[in-house]
Structure formats: structure tokens, C-alpha cells
Write a protein that binds this ligand. Structure first.
Ligand code: BGC
Length: 256
């Protein structure tokens, strides 16, 4: 097995995706498999799906896991779009135990951000770059001169008296049957608000809906430019694989 080909998993509120990624080029080495997120998405149920993905991809080795919550030193700290029983679980240990291989976990938006900064629309961009992933929730990944400020959770700021992701996520667009114009204007209010707080030099938009960027880009009027992510739905998987590889290498260097 090529040790630069690593499994990246992206646990989402709707689907759990996985693919083997070449961590040097960011290219997928296999198709991306998606299994619906079990309901309730308890640790046991999600871990069972991840094992299923590994078996389908015939993979054994280190695993990078993007997770839709604050993840600090492997421990899940919040649960907005995942079962509450995750809070306090060390995902690296529990998944590592069942797979027998090292696992490193990271917030899903941070994973997508890492992929975009290394291989996508954020390549070579310095200053502050804010990636917003738009899906079931709103995730954020903040970079300063290419270095991440982890767990920024800017989908949870308040806008119009509610948590922003309940106002402008893609699920809200679908559930409320908003037109591209209606939803695009909501997204714009959110980005303009973020601009007042963080003032990034560049916004990147990720998640599946970024493929439809041309349908809503005309409603966005932030001062900073807004670009769609290049790897769109695959960024989470790519970034998770890169994250585990970077971390294992760093840990190895530190132990010498
Ligand atoms: C979570 C974030 C996550 C985002 C996208 C939010 O509800 O709090 O951690 O990045 O959803 O999945």
C-alpha cells in the first residue's frame, strides 16, 4: 500500500463520506463513497458506518476524520447536527480502538479549509481567509497566512435573533423553499455581518451548494471577494486525510 494514500472521512449531518486520498496531490484515489448518516447518529452507529466504509474501500491504515462539531485534541465538545451522546467522546481513541490504526479528528469545516488552502481556491493566499461551508449547518474555517485558527464555529453567531445556520444554511433554503434570490440575500446578510466582525481578505464558500455559485453570486456584495471552493463536496474528505498525515509526521518528528 502506498503510504501517501490515506483514508479521509467526512462525517456530516446528512451523509458520511469517505475516499482514499493522495495526500501530496489532493487527488482522490478511489471513488467517494457516501452512506446516509444513521439516525440517531450515536457514536456506535457512526463508527459502524465508518468501518463499513473502510471495508468497502478495502482499506487498512491511518484515518483522518472530519466531524461536524468542535473537536479539541480528539474530543468532541459540541453537537449541533449530531447526537448529543458524542459530547465528551474521544473520537480518535474510540475509532482508533476499533480500526487498530491511528485516527486524527478535526472539525469538518476546518478539514475542508485545509484542502482548499493547500490544493484549491486558497492556494498561495496570504492574509486572512475565511471559508464557510454551507450544508446542513454553516461551518467555518479561518486561516491567517495559511495557518488555521481551529474551531472558529462562525455558523453559530447570532443573526436576525437566531443562530446564523438556522437562517442561511442550505437545509434552510430547501426546507423553506427559498428562491436563489431569497436565499442568496440571506447568505449575503450573513457574510456582510461576518465582514464586520472578522474582516477577512477573502471569503471561500464550500459545501455542495458552492457548485451552484452562479445562481446566487449576484446577491453577494461584501467588500472582500468571494470565491467558490474548487474541490466543493470533496474538500472535507481530502482535508481530513491531509490532517492525519500532517499530524502523524509532526508527532514522528517530535519523538525523534
Ligand atoms: C457545527 C460545526 C460544523 C458545521 C458544518 C455546525 O452546526 O457546529 O462544527 O462545522 O455545522 O457541519
Amino acid at each position: 500500500m502506498n503510504e501517501k494514500h490515506i483514508l479521509g472521512i467526512d462525517v456530516g449531518g446528512t451523509g458520511i463520506k469517505g475516499a482514499i486520498v493522495d495526500v501530496e496531490t489532493g487527488q482522490l484515489q478511489t471513488e467517494r463513497i457516501k452512506i446516509l448518516t444513521p439516525k440517531p447518529a450515536t457514536p456506535e452507529a457512526v463508527i459502524t458506518v465508518i468501518r463499513q466504509l473502510m471495508a468497502q474501500l478495502d482499506y487498512s491504515g491511518p484515518v483522518g476524520c472530519g466531524f461536524p462539531a468542535i473537536v479539541q485534541n480528539g474530543i468532541v465538545k459540541t453537537a449541533a447536527n449530531i447526537d448529543d451522546s458524542w459530547i465528551g467522546v474521544n473520537i480518535e481513541e474510540s475509532l482508533g480502538r476499533v480500526t487498530g490504526f491511528p485516527v486524527r479528528a478535526i472539525n469538518d469545516a476546518d478539514a475542508a479549509g485545509i484542502a482548499e488552502m493547500r490544493f484549491g481556491a486558497g492556494r498561495g493566499k496570504n492574509g486572512s481567509v475565511l471559508l464557510i461551508t454551507i450544508g446542513t449547518g454553516l461551518g467555518s474555517a479561518l486561516f491567517v497566512d495559511q495557518k488555521i485558527v481551529p474551531n472558529s464555529e462562525l455558523g453559530h453567531i447570532y443573526l436576525k435573533g437566531m443562530v446564523a445556520e438556522k437562517y442561511a444554511s442550505n437545509i434552510v433554503r430547501k426546507n423553506e423553499e427559498l428562491s436563489w434570490e431569497e436565499w442568496g440575500k440571506r447568505l449575503n446578510e450573513y457574510l456582510v455581518h461576518l465582514e464586520r466582525i472578522i474582516c477577512p481578505d477573502l471569503f471561500l464558500l464550500g459545501g455542495g451548494v458552492s457548485k451552484k455559485f452562479e445562481k446566487f453570486s449576484e446577491y453577494l456584495n461584501t467588500v472582500a471577494p468571494v470565491l467558490p471552493a474548487e474541490s466543493q463536496n470533496e474538500a472535507g474528505v481530502i482535508g481530513a486525510a491531509v490532517f492525519v498525515n500532517d499530524n502523524l509526521q509532526k508527532e514522528q518528528r517530535a519523538s525523534i
